[in-house]
Design a binder for this molecule. Structure first.
Ligand SMILES: Cc1cc2nc3c(=O)[nH]c(=O)nc-3n(C[C@H](O)[C@H](O)[C@H](O)COP(=O)(O)OP(=O)(O)OC[C@H]3O[C@@H](n4cnc5c(N)ncnc54)[C@H](O)[C@@H]3O)c2cc1C
Length: 414
């Protein structure tokens, strides 16, 4: 069957990438049978508010859902929620359902996302130890977030720090443990790490870097303390594990589809099986603006790959691929990130971090590859254009705050 002739499409995993793929398939003119199978019981919803406004109780649950249930009916999308897919039969072009039965497909989109990396210590199964990935996780965690309680957060990545900010604003006593020598070590530069660590400390969060968790202690089945390798004992009623995620690639791997830190896909989100596509956190894709492949964990990536998969299945032109971007909200700080900073050789600061409004640009061989923009949307927006253009830039130009960012971008890309 060639692209554009599909009669039945099945999407596995009911998250951000799936929601986009469904929408793009119908918008692109697909009128055949469309089925969504997801193991969570909720309609597809956005995850970013889970560690931000929703966790704080300042975001209504209804706003989490991409579409109301009526939309799926109108669009004639069959929803199988609370249903796990344990196996793909590629030869027979069908998926098996956890509770028995199977569904045939002409094309299959795997949008299985990722799951929290398990905390590898004794006591990780105690009551009061939480993950933060799903709506159900927040429903378990939120009622326990009571002012005055002690919360230990393991991992100072974006989710750990966002949760720390919310917990602190709710009046909890918060300690963040980070194994690396600085916060956000995996994702950004020492300048940003120092800025965010200082901000959290100013807000009353205790940050311990170079801290190795040894075990969690409990009483009557509930967590009471986090114990570090050096013997330090931190009393806690709540422990949040935020030590990163693992791609849900096993379903594809078991079916013989090529995987390597994610399901390997081409620019059109097609896997090693031409009838199977993969999109979102579970997929490792060509990063066209960076000349390499990799797995991204972001809303933008899930949306873009959902669109790419739908277009390829329908035989439509490939949608434009944007520069990767991400954001993080902590206290009154909106961090917007464009590009990928790994491998930068020079950085340039624009503005003064003390003013809480500044940007750090990352260059490689004189070309901008990424920006971290704190409360600075113009720097973020202009950088996206500059990164995609590959234009060479002098450091002095970027740090000159007397020239608006949009003018810098216009001149460099003319
Ligand atoms: C707390 C939190 C905050 C975040 N904040 C931001 C942010 O500020 N900015 C940003 O850009 N990104 C953020 N992200 C990341 C972003 O939400 C993810 O990158 C995005 O949700 C990925 O979408 P996805 O569709 O690939 O996977 P998901 O949204 O995870 O959906 C995958 C779904 O597939 C299901 N599934 C897996 N295997 C099976 C199976 N075998 N059968 C059936 N169903 C299955 C999973 O249970 C899940 O429901 C955040 C993530 C979290 C958890």
């Amino acid at each position: 069957m060639s692209a554009g002739e599909a009669r039945s499409i099945v999407v596995v995993g009911a998250g951000q990438a799936a929601a986009q793929a469904l929408q793009s398939l119908r918008q692109g003119g697909f009128t055949g049978s469309l089925t969504l199978v997801g193991d969570e019981s909720a309609l597809p919803y956005q995850r970013p508010p889970l560690s931000k406004a929703y966790m704080k109780g300042e975001f209504e649950e209804e706003r989490l859902y991409f579409k109301p249930s009526a939309w799926y009916q109108e669009q004639k999308i069959e929803l199988l929620l609370g249903t796990r897919v344990p196996k793909i039969d590629r030869a027979g072009q069908q998926i098996h359902l956890g509770h028995g039965g199977h569904i045939a497909y002409d094309y299959l989109i795997l949008a299985t996302g990722s799951r929290p990396r398990p905390l590898p210590v004794r006591g990780a199964d105690l009551d009061g130890v939480h993950d933060l990935r799903t709506l159900a996780d927040v429903e378990r965690l939120s009622p326990r977030m009571v002012a005055g309680r002690r919360m230990v957060i393991i991992g100072a990545g974006y989710i750990g720090l966002e949760a720390a900010a919310v917990a602190r604003q709710m009046g909890l006593e918060v300690t963040v443990l980070e194994m690396a020598p600085r916060v956000l070590a995996r994702v950004t530069s020492p300048i940003l790490s120092e800025f965010y660590a200082a901000e959290h400390r100013r807000q009353g969060v205790t940050i311990l870097t170079g801290a190795q968790l040894s075990r969690l202690d409990g009483e009557n089945g509930s967590v009471t303390a986090a114990v570090l390798a050096d013997g330090t004992r931190l009393a806690a009623e709540i422990v949040l594990s935020a030590i990163g995620i693992l791609p849900n690639e096993e379903l594809a791997r078991k079916a013989g589809i090529a995987c390597f830190n994610g399901i390997l896909v081409d620019r059109d989100a097609r896997t090693s099986d031409p009838h199977v596509f993969a999109a979102g956190d579970c997929a490792s894709r060509p990063l066209v603006h960076f000349g390499r492949s990799g797995r991204l964990e972001s809303v933008h990536n899930a949306i873009e790959q959902g669109k790419l998969a739908a277009a390829a299945i329908l035989g439509l032109p490939r949608p434009a691929e944007d520069c990767p971007w991400f954001w993080s909200d902590q206290y009154d700080l909106k961090l917007q990130i464009a590009g990928l900073s790994q491998g930068y050789d020079t950085h340039v600061i624009r503005g003064d971090p003390a003013s809480r409004k500044f940007a750090v640009f990352y260059l490689k061989g004189g070309t901008l590859i990424a920006v971290d923009a704190v409360n600075s949307p113009p720097e973020f927006l202009a950088s996206k254009k500059l990164i995609m253009s590959g234009a060479k830039l002098a450091s002095g130009v970027l740090s000159d705050t007397s020239t608006p960012m949009k003018d810098i971008a216009a001149q460099a890309t003319a």
